[in-house]
Design a protein around this ligand. Sequence first.
Ligand SMILES: Nc1ncnc2c1ncn2[C@@H]1O[C@H](COP(=O)(O)OP(=O)(O)OP(=O)(O)O)[C@@H](O)[C@H]1O
Ligand SMILES: [Mg+2]
Length: 251
Amino acid sequence: MTGAEVPIIETRALGKVYSPGTQAEVVALRHADLRIGRGDFVAIMGPSGSGKSTLMNLIGCLDTPSSGQYLCDGIDVATLDAEELAVLRRDKIGFVFQGFNLLPRMSALENVAMPLGYAQVPPDERRELAHETLVAVGLGDRASHRPSELSGGQQQRVAIARALINRPPILLADEPTGALDSRTGEEILALFKRLRDDDHTVVLITHDAEVAAHAGRIFVMRDGEMHEEPGFGSRESGVVEPQIPGPGRAP
Ligand SMILES: Nc1ncnc2c1ncn2[C@@H]1O[C@H](COP(=O)(O)OP(=O)(O)OP(=O)(O)O)[C@@H](O)[C@H]1O
Ligand SMILES: [Mg+2]
């Protein structure tokens, strides 16, 4: 298999059981088989408690599965030690949380610069990169504001900028438009489409069918089971089309 054929996200019979063997046991995800390619824009829908965040946390390497396999860009994440996993997460995955998860005492700029890590990137470069990324989400003029001095939609955009600062190939967003008015929601959708056009893979959880309709593929979750909406987008079969690798892409 060449690098060009490897899906950026592939799960094989992925499952998650919380508190197994106890009275509190919850089967949150059942044998999920997903193949998502570079440049795919995927929406995940489903009622509250159906397992959307559970799946997202597994894809984001924030949690470990109870069964099955997850290959991120061809790498079986179960074979990585903690340090290797942290590097993979830093280089491959941007995560926008269901809450905003911004640090209240830090400015927008400092929040966005967080994932760069203090050791690797010199301060001037950190600030410059963070500023560029804030400009990209339309917040260049709010860099010094703290989260409490920003609107909900602006806080959400700071959270998105933070997820994008390392230019990760995968952007995972858990209800990023949930708390937003429709105009701000549309701005964020436009941003996701630009990322997709730039060959990023965007996986978006949403309750909103109108938001999901912007995606190329839609999955619906019910009681931990995933089903792809047939007849939607160009890749409804779930088969990843061969992709021509862009310049500078690692295999
Ligand atoms: N840490 C946990 N421990 C035990 N059970 C959990 C845990 N996290 C989630 N669950 C349970 O797993 C199921 C799936 O939860 P999950 O957060 O994935 O749902 P969701 O689809 O994201 O819902 P929502 O739309 O409300 O965010 C739920 O029944 C939930 O109560
Ligand atoms: Mg959730």
